[in-house]
Design a protein around this ligand. Structure first.
Ligand code: TYD
Length: 222
């Protein structure tokens, strides 16, 4: 595939994003595509260390701009080491979160505003924008209960983001929905309060449409 394809999965915590991503990647590989699965913040050695700072409750309160700058520091490394090389090789890059998370969490959630996020985004991401972004959408009350239940099962402390109150997550969700309204061609909202396979089928259909438009091999069904 010339120029590769960049797909990102987004949504507030507890929407089942990671499960959907895993299934999607397995499926695309079974169909014969070369897929690079990755995540943010992280995806590189340096990025995973930055992730620890960002997510650990022990970090305590970060100034919103410090949080944003760390997200983009990890992202710059991720772009250089992983995303751009994989796209240049013609692979499908599937990332568990990317720059829309900064618009939603830091721009809306932390109320830094989208102009600030956009300024950094122009410098760091530039033209490397997703071809398709899937936003898994769920009522924040339900999503937060799921995310916190998962943390409890893992016997880990709630991270910096899961500990944020309901209002924070409501702002983040509103942020994602606003992003989707502004870029309806690229950003697709998928309701996530449904059986896993039903959601997965919808995601696959969205990607199939995109691959079809890109002139994938005739007769290949993903
Ligand atoms: P995620 O990997 O989805 O967490 P988990 O695997 O524990 O579910 O994301 C980590 C957190 O980082 C999540 O709460 C959202 C947040 N985040 C931002 O605030 N801004 C960003 O730009 C990114 C990429 C993530």
């Amino acid at each position: 595939m010339k120029g590769g394809l960049f797909i990102t999965l987004e949504g507030i915590d507890g929407t089942g994003k990671s499960t959907q991503l895993r299934r999607l990647v397995q499926h695309l590989r079974k169909c014969g595509y070369r897929v690079r699965a990755t995540r943010e913040p992280g995806g590189t050695r340096a990025g995973e260390r930055i992730r620890t700072i960002l997510l650990a409750a022990s970090t305590g309160k970060l100034a919103p701009l410090a949080e944003l700058a760390l997200m983009y520091a990890a992202r710059a490394q991720h772009l250089e080491e992983v995303v751009r090389p994989a796209l240049a090789r013609g692979e499908i890059v599937v990332s568990d979160r990317y720059n829309d998370a900064s618009f939603a969490y830091q721009g809306y959630g932390r109320e830094l505003g989208i102009a600030t996020v956009r300024a950094l985004d122009r410098i760091v991401c530039g033209k490397t924008q997703p071809d398709l972004t899937i936003v898994l959408d769920l009522d924040p009350e339900l999503a937060l209960a799921r995310a916190r239940g998962r943390e409890t099962r893992r016997k880990s402390r709630h991270g910096r983001f899961e500990s944020q109150g309901l209002q924070f997550h409501q702002r983040v969700r509103a942020g994602y929905l606003a992003i989707a309204r502004r870029a309806p061609q690229r950003v697709k909202v998928v309701p996530a309060n449904r059986p896993v396979m039903e959601i997965q089928r919808e995601i696959r259909a969205l990607i199939e449409t995109l691959l079809g438009g890109r002139g994938k091999k005739q007769g290949t069904t993903i």
